[in-house]
Write a protein that binds this ligand. Sequence first.
Ligand code: GLA
Length: 353
Amino acid sequence: MRHDLFRARAPGRVNLMGDHTDYSGGLVLPAAINRYVTLDVTPRSDGATVLRSQGFEGVTKLTSDGRLDQGGPPWGRYAAAVHNELAELGRPEVGIEGSVRSDIPVGAGVSSSAAFEVALATAFCGVAGLAPDPKDLALACQRAEHRAVGVPCGPMDQLASTLGIAGHALRIDCGTLDVQPVRLPAGVMMLVLDSAVPRRLEHTAYAERRAEVERGHPGRMRHVESENERVDALRGLLEASILDRASIGNVFATSHRSLAEDFEVSTAELDRLVALVLSEGAFAARLTGAGFGGSVVALVDVDLAAAVGARVVERYRAESGLPGTAHLCEAVAGARLTVTPAKPAVAQQLPRG
Ligand code: GLA
């Protein structure tokens, strides 16, 4: 039987301001970026899920009620978790079969796992004819992250991947889930520099930091309160009619220092990348995402961006011996589903009698 082909594509994200503020209901300012997880799937009548990855070995198999076949690849945990969260939202048990690919660097702090969850959820809902509110879909994916790997993340990454708007960052109030688009200034590029010190959040002090915030630890709270103010300070600067590079640079610098000193999530490599990219011509730079490794985000004038990225990578590699990389990023729209209808079977020409 021929089936419609469903393509679900979800972007990674870079966060411009507001890190370690989402899980206490604070403010964040991420943008979805032009790096994607893409799933190509067709429905299966037996309700089971069968997924292959073009980048990783192994096949992920789920039963129609969401049980994961043992012996599959580690990323199958995400598929099972998303499947089970969507069942709780009332998704009918419709199976899918297909493949996954991604050009989002893994472990770089640009939300490859959130993009995978959102792409999966978009595909699972698409084949089942379910169209949840995009915020509900994002929150289901956030719970799936908790369920799959036990990382008590906030909602920022999944909301950014779901709700992204081309050319804009999103000012999200994680307490009320109010989302306001913030137009990014023309002529400015987001340059993401991956330190190539990978980290998996379940192996870091992410959960410990969250618990410290919940207990009201003074140093941690100083970061959270000042970082919330910096989200709106940066929003104002980005929306101003004249681009004030120096003031934007100051907000980024204060944020990086606060994450390094009050929140203690930076590393020597991230500090070095910030210094290098500023010395090469970026006007703002800070670590982005959870820290403990991962990436720095810098703002650079568009005509300089490729050369600045190349020089920083060259100097960073020579100094550290690590395979750091640069990614020129644009702000893009959030997750999308496209459906290619099955071609009708070619009718047999019956001989006329
Ligand atoms: C990770 C988490 C997010 C957020 C950031 C830090 O990306 O998944 O929820 O807490 O770290 O801002």
